[in-house]
Write a protein that binds this ligand. Structure first.
Ligand code: UDX
Length: 436
């Protein structure tokens, strides 16, 4: 089966490479000539574990190719995916759909055969209707079905998530759409991944509701963490204790500095806008967005307090370990580290940082932070070491070496990756999240 993937960013590229790996014939299309040129040389535009090898083997097998020419790329494709960005529109938080609609227009103008057009981009409820209207208004004589098929990929684990999904959601309005999508996902279906067929609007909402729910779960445990600190409880134990209840579930109950990334912040805001447009307030999500925003800066204050308060903190040096919003990505979008670095800079704190993949993207976002070659270089002479992102490389730091390099042995672990007793036994003052 031939599949066209319009948009070769994170979602498009991972999905395209995985579909090719299933045996489909995939063309990834992007307007960005330099990105396509680099893909031809097998230089990945993003850091995602396993992606380069997957692209390499499927290009070599002749199942995966890249082009900037949309008309040529979609020619003969039974399924044409739209996987372009839907960033937050400046000023109002609405998802910016201009790229999606521009692609729909181009597809309508150049379609030469019957096809199913699939929105994989995260789009607000009703977008599929508009995509269909745009394509039909081009006057195409061919049979077109517009389907919604949201992605649930986590950065850093995207290939595994694609190949072993909890579920595949297909929002289709007719049999043509359902049949082609069944064929697209047949390899996963044979692997017994559940496929949920729903109507298009339900599918569009499922994506936002899933992300808003996960963001709520994280924010809930983060507030519990604050309470744990006050009452002398341990949030790790509280998480385990509630997560063992099958109705709650153990995942996404890890307290930390607040969620970031390319999805949760943008999608929760867009859901609020949809709720507002339809006059159906989602007050829980409103609270989640506010609590998470203030939490990120509060983490900066936590570090300042650990240093002994604002008066003492001024002029002190802090080492930030990890800058990306989570490990195994180079993505800095809405990372808590940005707000933390800002709060520390405002308090006159000097900063050095190390991140295994994110420093290039981080540099322009935090100009006052000195980027270092290794965690130990960042730690040298520090009055506090702060673990911001739980990269594996920070899980087993040589604490004796850290101790010998720092000016003061203070470790602030915003991801709870250390055992407090172990760290204290090495002579450190240890602060973490939700553990008194
Ligand atoms: C998320 C969704 O998981 C995915 O299904 C969707 O398609 C895109 O958005 P992603 O943003 O890549 O994926 O990362 P995820 O692993 O979900 O983490 C998001 C943020 O929440 C990170 O900042 C992470 O550190 C934080 N988080 C996650 C927590 O603080 N605690 C947790 O228990 C889980």
């Amino acid at each position: 089966m031939k599949i066209a993937m319009v948009g070769s960013g994170y979602v498009g590229l991972v999905s395209g490479a995985c579909f090719a790996d299933f045996g489909h014939d995939v063309v990834c299309i992007d307007k960005d000539q330099s990105k396509i040129d680099r893909l031809h040389q097998e230089i990945m535009p993003i850091y995602e574990p396993g992606l380069d090898a997957l692209v390499d083997s499927n290009v070599k097998a002749g199942r995966l190719s890249f082009t900037t020419d949309l008309a040529d790329g979609i020619s003969g494709a039974q399924a044409i995916f739209i996987a372009v960005g839907t960033p937050s529109r400046r000023g109002d938080g609405h998802a910016d759909l201009s790229y999606v609609y521009a692609v729909a227009q181009e597809i309508g103008d150049s379609l030469g055969h019957d096809a199913v057009v699939v929105t994989k981009s995260t789009v607000p409820v009703g977008t599929g209707d508009e995509v269909e209207r745009i394509i039909r208004s081009s006057g195409t004589p061919h049979r077109v079905s517009v389907v919604s098929n949201p992605e649930f990929l986590r950065e850093g684990a995207a290939i595994g998530d694609f190949k072993r999904p909890d579920r595949i959601v297909i929002g289709a309005e007719d049999d043509f759409g359902r049949e082609v999508m069944s064929e697209v996902y047949r390899p996963l279906f044979l692997n017994e991944s559940p496929i949920l067929f729903v109507n298009r609007r339900s599918s569009e909402l499922i994506k936002y509701a899933a992300n808003a729910f996960l963001a709520t779960k994280i924010t809930f445990i983060n507030e519990m963490a604050d309470l744990c600190e006050k009452v002398g409880a341990d949030v790790q134990d509280v998480s385990r204790g509630i997560g063992m209840d099958g109705r709650i579930g153990a995942k996404f109950l890890h307290a930390g500095p607040g969620y970031g990334g390319s999805c949760f912040p943008k999608d929760t805001l867009a859901l609020l806008k949809t709720a507002e447009d339809y006059d159906s307030p989602t007050r829980i999500v409103e609270a989640v967005v506010k609590v998470n925003e203030s939490r990120k800066r509060a983490m900066g204050r936590k570090v300042i307090d650990a240093l002994g308060g604002a008066m003492v903190a001024r002029g002190r040096k802090v080492a930030l370990l990890g800058l990306t919003f989570k490990p195994n990505t180079d993505d800095m979008r809405d990372s808590p580290s940005i707000a933390i670095a800002q709060a520390l800079a405002d308090a006159g704190v000097q900063m050095a940082a190390y991140d295994p993949e994110g420093m290039e993207q981080a540099r322009p976002l935090m100009p006052k932070v000195e980027m270092c070659e290794s965690p130990y270089a960042a730690i040298e002479g520090a009055d506090a070491v702060v673990i911001v992102t739980e990269w594996d490389a920070f899980r087993a730091l040589d604490l004796d070496r850290v101790r010998s390099l720092v000016k003061a042995p203070l470790l602030v672990d915003l991801r709870n990756i250390y055992n407090p007793d172990d760290v204290r036994a090495k002579g450190f003052t240890y602060e973490s999240v939700g553990r008194a």
